[in-house]
Design a protein around this ligand. Structure first.
Ligand code: NAD
Length: 459
C-alpha cells in the first residue's frame, strides 16, 4: 500500500484474514477476493482534487497557488477533515492525513468519513485581506464537492476560526437558500461554533492517559498483576505513584494537555518540561503551567526564551534546547507539536516509557516498532487526538438542530464518547501482543469492513 498508514492497515488486514469469525460468510477464494477489494478501497482515496487558486496580492502581483481536497472514504458518513495552510503541503501527505481521518472517525463511531485539504502557502507571508481571498477561492474552486452532507472541512495547521467563518460565508453566498451551518466546523461561537472546541483535543489527549492509568488499570489491578503482557507491565508500573511529564509543543493541544495534567485530581502528575519552536523549559520541582499560559497569551504563543523573561514573570525554569524535551528522563512524554519527531535516528535517546501522541504521526513507524518491542506504551494519534473531530461532530449536530450545548455538556459528551472507544480497545490491547496503534487499526478496519460488506461493496 502506498500511504504511510498503508503498512499498518495492511498488517491489520493480515491479522483479520486469519480470524475466521471476521466476515464468516466469505470462504477461501471468495474471502481472498473480499480482502483484496478491502485493501484497494482502503489504500486509494475516492477522490483527489487539485486546483490552482488565482489570488491577486495587495502589491499588484497575481499568484496561482496549488490547493488540494482529498476525499478518502465516505462509507460511514460525509467526508470530514481539516484544511491546512502550510508551505510543505503535498498531495501524498494530504492523502495520508485523509486516510487517518477515515480510520479515526470509524474508531470513535463518529458518523463521518475521511477527508483532508491543503493550500501550499506560508500564511505568515500574506496579509489578512489576501488570506480572506485565498479562503474564499478555496471554497469557490471546490464548491461542488463540499457541503454539510458531502464534505465538511475544519481548521488544521495554519487555519482557525477566522478562516472557517470566511469559508462558511462564501459557501452560503454560492449556495443561497441551502442549509449551510453544518458546512464547516471549528467556526467562532457567534457564527455557530461549539463551546469547548478549542480545548477538546488537548483535554482528550490527557483523558486517554488518565482513563488508562486511573480507571482501567486500577479497576483491574489484580488482573494486571498476573498479566505477562509487556504493555500491561508498563501501565502497572505507572499507577499509584507520582509521574513526571514532558510535553513537546505548547499551542492549542500541548498547553491544554499541560493544564489538565497540572490541575488533575485523579493522577499525581508533575509537568517538569514543556517546549515549543524555540526552547525547552525544565524544572524538576514542576513548572507553573498557569503562569506559562499567561505568558504565551501575551507573546504570540511563544514560551519565554531568556532568564530575564522568566524572572520578570516569576517563572522558575532552566532553559534548554528545543529538542531536549524528547530525551529527558520523564515517565510520560506527550508529543503535541509536529509529525516525525521520534524517528529511527533519535529513538535510542528517548527515555520515557509512556508516550501520548497529541500531534498526528509524531512517532515514525520504524521508531514505533523499536519502542513497542521494548515495552514502551504509545497511546497513538488515532485514539488520543480525536477530541477535536468529536467536538466538531457536536458542532455539526448543533448546526443542524440550531440548539447549543453548554461547555459542561460538551466535555461530558466528549469524555463519554472517548471512554466508550477505550472500553472497546483496552481489554483486548492488554491481552494480546500488538501495540495499541495496531489494535486501534484492527478495530477500525473491522468496523469499516462490516459497513462496506453491508453496503454490498465487498466482492
Ligand atoms: P499550534 O500551532 O497551536 O501549536 C503548535 C506548537 O508546536 C507551538 O507551541 C509551536 O511553537 C510548537 N512547535 C512548532 N515547531 C516546533 C518544533 N520544531 N519543535 C517543538 N515545538 C514546535 O498547533 P496545535 O493545534 O496545538 O496542534 C499541534 C499538533 O496537533 C499539530 O500537529 C496538529 O496537526 C495536531 N492536531 C491538532 C488538533 C487540534 O484540534 N488543534 C487536532 C488533531 C491533531
Amino acid at each position: 500500500m502506498a500511504s504511510k498508514y498503508g503498512e499498518v492497515v495492511q498488517e491489520s488486514l493480515n491479522a483479520l484474514l486469519e480470524d475466521e469469525s471476521f466476515l464468516p460468510n466469505f470462504k477461501e477464494e471468495e474471502r481472498k477476493k473480499a480482502f483484496t477489494s478491502l485493501e484497494s478501497i482502503l489504500s486509494t482515496p475516492n477522490q483527489i482534487q487539485k486546483s490552482f487558486l488565482r489570488v491577486p496580492l495587495e502589491n499588484g502581483k497575481v499568484l496561482r497557488i496549488p490547493a488540494f481536497r482529498v476525499q478518502h472514504n465516505n462509507a460511514v458518513g460525509p467526508y470530514k477533515g481539516g484544511i491546512r495552510f502550510h508551505e510543505t503541503v503535498r498531495e501524498d501527505e494530504v492523502i495520508n492525513l485523509a486516510t487517518l481521518m477515515t480510520l479515526k472517525n470509524t474508531l470513535h463511531d463518529v458518523p463521518f468519513g475521511g477527508g483532508k485539504g491543503g493550500v501550499v502557502i506560508n500564511p505568515r507571508e500574506f496579509t489578512e485581506k489576501e488570506l480572506h481571498t485565498i479562503s474564499k477561492k478555496y471554497v469557490h474552486n471546490f464548491s461542488d464537492i463540499l457541503g454539510p452532507d458531502k464534505d465538511i472541512p475544519a481548521p488544521d495547521v495554519g487555519t482557525g476560526e477566522r478562516e472557517m467563518d470566511w469559508m462558511m460565508g462564501e459557501y452560503k453566498s454560492i449556495h443561497p437558500g441551502r442549509p449551510y451551518r453544518g458546512s464547516f466546523t471549528g467556526k467562532s461561537q457567534v457564527n455557530g461554533g461549539s463551546l469547548g472546541r478549542r480545548e477538546a483535543t488537548g483535554k482528550g489527549v490527557y483523558y486517554t492517559l488518565r482513563y488508562m492509568l486511573h480507571n482501567f488499570v486500577n479497576e483491574n489491578e489484580e488482573w494486571f498483576k498476573k498479566n505477562e503482557n509487556r504493555f500491561a507491565k508498563t501501565a502497572l508500573n505507572h499507577t499509584n505513584r507520582q509521574l513526571t511529564v514532558g510535553i513537546q509543543g505548547f499551542g492549542n493541544v500541548g498547553s491544554v494537555a499541560a493544564l489538565e495534567s497540572y490541575t488533575c485530581n485523579y493522577l499525581d502528575t508533575k509537568v517538569v518540561a514543556v517546549s515549543d519552536r524555540n526552547v525547552t523549559l525544565y524544572n524538576e520541582e514542576g513548572l507553573d503551567i498557569k503562569a506559562l499560559i499567561e505568558f504565551t497569551s501575551q507573546h504570540e504563543g511563544d514560551l519565554p526564551t531568556t532568564d530575564e523573561a522568566l524572572s520578570q514573570s516569576n517563572i522558575k525554569a532552566e532553559i534548554q534546547d528545543r529538542e531536549d524535551v524528547l530525551y529527558l528522563d520523564t515517565d510520560v512524554l506527550i508529543l503535541a507539536a509536529l509529525e516525525e519527531q521520534i524517528r529511527e535516528d533519535n529513538v535510542d535517546k528517548v527515555k520515557a516509557r509512556m508516550i501520548v501522541e497529541g500531534a498526528n504521526g509524531p512517532v515514525t513507524l520504524e521508531a514505533d516498532r523499536k519502542l513497542s518491542d521494548d515495552g514502551v506504551l504509545i497511546i497513538p494519534d488515532i485514539l488520543a487526538n480525536a477530541g477535536g473531530v468529536i467536538v466538531s461532530y457536536f458542532e455539526w449536530l448543533q448546526g443542524r438542530e440550531t440548539q447549543f450545548y453548554s461547555e459542561e455538556e460538551v466535555f461530558t459528551m466528549l469524555f463519554k464518547k472517548m471512554k466508550e472507544t477505550m472500553d472497546n480497545i483496552y481489554p483486548q490491547f492488554f491481552s494480546d501482543p500488538f501495540p495499541l496503534r495496531q489494535n486501534c487499526y484492527i478495530h477500525s478496519v473491522m468496523k469499516l469492513s462490516n459497513i462496506l460488506y453491508r453496503h454490498g461493496k465487498l466482492y
